[in-house]
Design a binder for this molecule. Structure first.
Ligand SMILES: [Mn+2]
Length: 358
């Protein structure tokens, strides 16, 4: 287990009056123990207690290699898992529960009186995960370096007559050649009007001269994710396409340049959104500016108009403004940034200048 990370979570629990909690989210359990366990529908829970008596409750069907610095409590498919957990929890104190605990397990724990009350405590873990330690920063930087190399090669897949599916197949092969664990999502490639459709999945659409080509791509390396978007044009770019591109680029760069610890996430979103709105495209920027990222491509926490949380050193999140003109084109430009005391340290270095591939 990672002692410092667990201590950070315990500190966050203390701040909301909790001495014990159950973590069920597999990425959070990986974050705290270094072990990936994917239980599907079965019960899996990491019990954290202020007194240091942490335990991992896990079905015997799964493998948890080696000493993880805490007791592993094994049960079988026919054992009463929730009763076993309730045999360890302090029934006189509130019990924190995370977002991934299935309702059927929580209801049973409530019936068993496993805590004096039950509290959503996801944020205790999520807030810790948002601030990367040195090991995580190094892994995130490497994943983005590989993603930069991948993007340079994806550009070379833009050729006369290709389909989105063919390009996507090429992208998967490139991620493999670069020694990654594969894409962290998608990967997404959209031609022309498809780029205006949120999360369009690659299909048989054939590339045409004048199309925009939007790549929203990321890979996993050492279990950490990268995520970047670049939008190219093929053969030519219409006047509208160029104008939209320049507005999105300005919004992306202005937000990145302004980021400082101590700001609120919503203030960063506003910088980018105001530029797009002033250019007359406000209604066509249809999503939040960004999201936190780490073990998951969308970690909890986002750069949005409603998030009042304060940006802190060590956070890594995306800056990805976009403009989507239905039936016509879509442009998005996305980097990951690491927040340092001096501002945003960009993790992606692929050129953002308008690039018309011939
Ligand atoms: Mn993203």
């Amino acid at each position: 287990m990672y002692q410092q990370r667990i201590e950070n979570v315990l500190k966050n629990m203390e701040a909301i009056g909790l001495e014990q909690m159950l973590v069920c989210d597999p990425p959070s359990i990986f974050y705290l123990t270094g072990r990936w366990i994917l239980p599907n529908e079965r019960l899996l829970a990491l019990y954290l207690n202020k007194n240091g008596n942490h335990k991992l409750f896990v079905n015997k069907l799964f493998t948890v290699d080696g000493d993880i610095g805490m007791e592993k409590v094994w049960f079988s498919d026919t054992d009463p898992g929730c009763q076993i957990i309730a045999g360890y929890t302090d029934h006189t104190k509130p019990l924190g529960i995370d977002k991934k605990m299935a309702a059927r397990f929580l209801l049973e724990l409530m019936e068993l009186g496993a805590g004096s009350g039950f509290k959503n405590a996801s944020e205790c873990v999520d807030a810790a995960r948002r601030i990367k330690d040195e090991d995580e920063k190094a892994k995130m930087i490497l994943a983005s370096q590989l993603n930069d190399q991948a993007m340079e090669r994806f550009r070379g897949l833009i050729k006369e007559g290709v389909t989105e599916l063919e390009v996507a197949a090429g992208m998967n092969a490139i991620y493999k050649e670069l020694g990654t664990q594969g894409p962290s999502f998608g990967p997404l490639v959209s031609f022309g009007a498809n780029a205006a459709i949120g999360h369009h999945k690659p299909d048989g659409t054939v590339l045409k001269p004048g199309d925009c080509v939007l790549f929203d791509v990321g890979c996993k390396k050492n279990d950490y994710c990268s995520d970047m978007t670049r939008t190219f044009f093929y053969k030519s770019a219409s006047e509208k396409g160029r104008e939209v591109y320049e507005v999105v680029l300005k919004a992306n760069m202005a937000a990145e340049a302004a980021m400082k610890p101590g700001m609120k996430f919503c203030e960063i979103d506003k910088i980018a959104r105001d530029i797009i709105t002033e250019a007359g495209y406000g209604p066509y920027f249809t999503h939040r500016l960004g999201h936190c990222i780490g073990i998951e491509v969308h970690d909890a926490g986002d750069v949005s108009a409603t998030n009042q949380d304060v940006v802190k050193e060590g956070m890594i999140f995306s800056c990805e403004p976009g403009i989507y003109l239905p039936g016509e084109l879509g442009v998005r430009i996305e980097d990951l940034v690491l927040m340092t005391k001096d501002g945003a340290q960009r993790l992606n270095f692929v050129s953002k200048e308008l690039d018309i591939v011939q």
